[in-house]
Design a protein around this ligand. Structure first.
Ligand code: ZN
Length: 418
């Protein structure tokens, strides 16, 4: 008999994502491992048992003082996983939307000190307490929309002191809620304005000082670089990621977002865990990613928010055998505080099926951020669960705006309603 401290029953269906290799690719991306009329037993924050309701009485007992939750229908899913966020930043860029509408591009605005550089100026000036307060408010809204694990990048500091300040805020956020937050060092987000005429010096500073200091503090898990014309070249990106790996930081890369600049090839070469964006990825590069087993992280709302042409190449990547994951890209340029809208855009603009999009936002996103035990409903996993008032899991991708989950459990604890 399994002994449980919480039992959930009364649900119509669960997508457990239990079966298949990690990460999922090809046809396996469409397999959700459905369970009709499921029951779940939770013990000490972990899933102790999951199976059909009809077997519950024979296989599970509730500990004295344990809780039983009887739902009146609904769909049970793993907690959603956001594989790419820039959660910590100061201020906002609301004034730039109109300029983008009237014809200036993301890169035009950045070139004249706006966009990303504006956020860098404001983030450098902001106190740790202010950054923490603002990011915590965003984090609470993410949780309310069903995100239970996420990656969070630095990258608006662009010098060691400010990058460490952001990473400390991420660490504090991770301690403030039961959500799992995986920190990524993105000192190579851009060449800071003071190094505009000495870019080599900044790349040197990253490789010789920033990366070793960040690794030594144990304050980041991944090292990331923005490989793009006007940002970091493929050669610089390779150098930075190799230095990161040598210091113990696994590699991620912003690749082929606006142009096909060799980022995917670098990802394959250095065996990056993920290559993110991939709007302009070429067929050859897709083949390289597939062979190297690099996860393609799609951020389908980013071109939409940047008013850029093009769409996420979800279909092409899945058909070529690249494991695909999803991220919100939450940042001042694409302010997205939840995964359901990302999932529906992955369907309608990235051309994933609803089932593939759900796989990409759970199990594959978990692997992309180094949490392979998350994103599935299996015994032993942390009890991170969401319940949606929907007739089935595919409604999340089918509906352009699905409702927020009616219930979110983090490590077995129900998230209090705000
Ligand atoms: Zn990004």
């Amino acid at each position: 008999m399994v002994r449980a401290d919480t039992i959930l029953t009364g649900l119509d269906v669960a997508a457990t994502l239990a079966e298949g290799d990690l990460p999922r690719r090809g046809k396996e991306m469409g397999e959700l491992s459905l369970l009709e009329h499921p029951a779940v037993a939770i013990s000490e924050g972990r899933i102790a048992w999951i199976g059909p309701r009809s077997r519950l009485r024979r296989e599970v007992t509730l500990r004295k003082g344990g809780k039983r939750r009887e739902f009146s229908g609904g769909t049970l899913l793993p907690g959603l996983i956001d594989a790419h966020t820039h959660l910590v930043f100061a201020g906002d860029r609301s004034g730039e939307v109109g300029r983008k509408i009237l014809g200036e591009s993301y890169l035009d605005i950045a070139r004249i000190g706006g966009g990303l550089f504006r956020t860098v100026r404001e983030t450098r000036k902001a106190s740790e307490a202010t950054l923490y307060r603002d990011a915590l408010a965003r984090l609470h809204r993410l949780l309310r929309w069903g995100t239970t694990s996420l990656e969070a990048k630095s990258g608006y500091g662009l010098n060691l002191a400010s990058e460490l300040k952001i990473l400390r805020v991420i660490r504090k956020l991770a301690g403030a809620t039961p959500a799992q937050i995986v920190p990524t060092f993105l000192g190579a987000h851009a060449i800071p304005p003071e190094h505009e005429k000495s870019r080599e010096a900044y790349v040197n500073d990253l490789v010789r000082h920033q990366i070793p200091a960040v690794a030594q503090q144990g304050i980041a898990r991944f090292c990331d670089v923005f490989c793009e014309e006007g940002f970091f070249t493929a050669e610089e990106s390779r150098w930075i990621l190799v230095a990161g790996k040598a210091a113990g930081l696994a590699a991620k890369i912003h690749a082929d977002e606006f142009s096909s600049g060799g980022g995917s090839a670098v990802a394959a070469e250095v065996r990056a865990v993920s290559a993110d964006h991939l709007l302009a990825v070429s067929e050859t590069d897709i083949g390289q990613l597939a062979r190297a087993g690099v996860i393609g992280v799609l951020l389908p709302l980013t071109p939409f928010a940047s008013l850029a042409p093009g769409r996420s190449k979800g279909r092409e990547l899945v058909d070529a055998g690249v494991p695909v994951a999803l991220g919100s890209d939450l940042c001042p340029n694409s302010w997205v505080e939840g995964m359901p809208l990302v999932i529906s855009h992955a369907v309608y603009s990235g051309h994933l099926t609803p089932a593939e999009a759900l796989t990409a936002a759970t199990v594959n996103a978990a692997v992309a951020i180094g949490l392979p035990e998350a994103g599935r409903l299996v015994p032993g996993a942390r009890a991170d669960l969401t319940v949606f008032d929907l007739p089935g899991p595919e409604h999340l991708g089918y509906r352009l705006t699905a409702p927020p989950p009616t219930e979110v459990f983090l490590a077995g604890q129900s998230l209090p309603h705000a």
